[in-house]
Design a protein around this ligand. Structure first.
Ligand SMILES: *[C@@H]1O[C@H](CO)[C@@H](O)[C@H](O)[C@H]1NC(C)=O
Length: 268
């Protein structure tokens, strides 16, 4: 009888170990943030390995990433037309030099010229911490260890396709020095998670010309010394290191910031 119990118990344990060993990234997410659905931005990380989408970021989405503006443009009533740096796709730069900021978006266009390894092992900019992650679990572990807390949240954009003209409805600051995780434009599902110093992230509520509402994750860089001078001049006629420069972030990237709601709940 005792023996039978033990056997049942050990079988149960074995089954349990089996489940955790094969548990998906989604289960891991739920075990840490049980009440928070997995953001759509990370859904590519759930694609079974070996099955990938060949061009995860479509060319029309590039415009979302390649719109530069000033921080003082972030106010209700301001009009935006996406894509004021049209040459973003034509400026191909090797990842050999460490640069910051708008070069985040250059990798989008580099698929044909550079390998994933070129990108992931390229030098990081000063004070930039860069990690290429290829599973949801490694992204979660990475950001939790960065913040030293699970009281964090991911914020992303939900741009509608083929809408290029928007009016700002509302601007909310989400935090400084967020960790940005960008889906890289390679077949293999890899996100680059990095923190760039001297940045402020906002969520900007936009209304498209057809009435569609969008929330756009926006990052403003206060230190623009490492930015691409051609891009800055083309879009805003400024030179690196002079004024803060902001850009929208397309749907395939997210900002990780402290979740202050969680803190408030603990106080209550
Ligand atoms: C933030 O924390 C609160 C409280 O734990 C939780 O209910 C909420 O889902 C979290 N938000 C996000 C986006 O993770």
């Amino acid at each position: 009888m005792e023996f039978a119990h033990l056997t049942v118990l050990s079988l149960f344990c074995l089954a349990f170990v089996g489940i955790t060993a094969t548990s998906s990234g989604e289960d891991y997410w739920q075990s840490i943030w049980p009440n928070t659905p997995l953001p759509k931005t990370f859904s590519d990380l759930l694609i079974p390995s070996g099955k990938t989408n060949s061009l995860p970021i479509k060319s029309e989405e590039l415009k979302q990433y390649s719109t530069l503006f000033f921080e003082h443009d972030l106010h209700p009533g301001k009009n935006f037309i996406l894509g004021n740096t049209n040459s973003v796709g034509s400026i191909i730069r090797p990842f050999t030099k460490s640069r910051q900021g708008v070069t985040d978006s250059i990798w989008l266009a580099n698929k044909e010229k550079q390998s994933l390894e070129d990108f992931c092992y390229s030098p990081t900019a000063i004070a930039e911490h860069k990690h290429c992650v290829s599973s949801l679990k490694s992204m979660i572990d990475q950001v939790i260890s960065h913040f030293g807390s699970t009281k964090i949240k991911a914020i992303s954009s939900n741009f509608a396709p083929y809408q290029d003209q928007y009016v700002v409805e509302d601007v909310k600051k989400v935090g400084d020095n967020a960790v940005m995780c960008h889906r890289l434009n390679f077949e293999k599902v890899v996100f680059n998670c990095h923190q760039v110093r001297d940045t402020t992230a906002y969520v900007v509520s936009l209304v498209a010309s057809d009435g569609t509402k969008t929330k756009a994750l926006t990052v403003c860089h206060h230190d623009t010394r490492g930015m691409n001078p051609e891009l800055l001049y083309e879009a805003l006629e400024v030179t690196p290191g002079t004024v803060p420069v902001c850009h929208f972030i397309g749907n395939k990237a997210a900002a990780w910031v402290p979740n202050h709601t969680a803190d408030n709940l603990c106080v209550m």
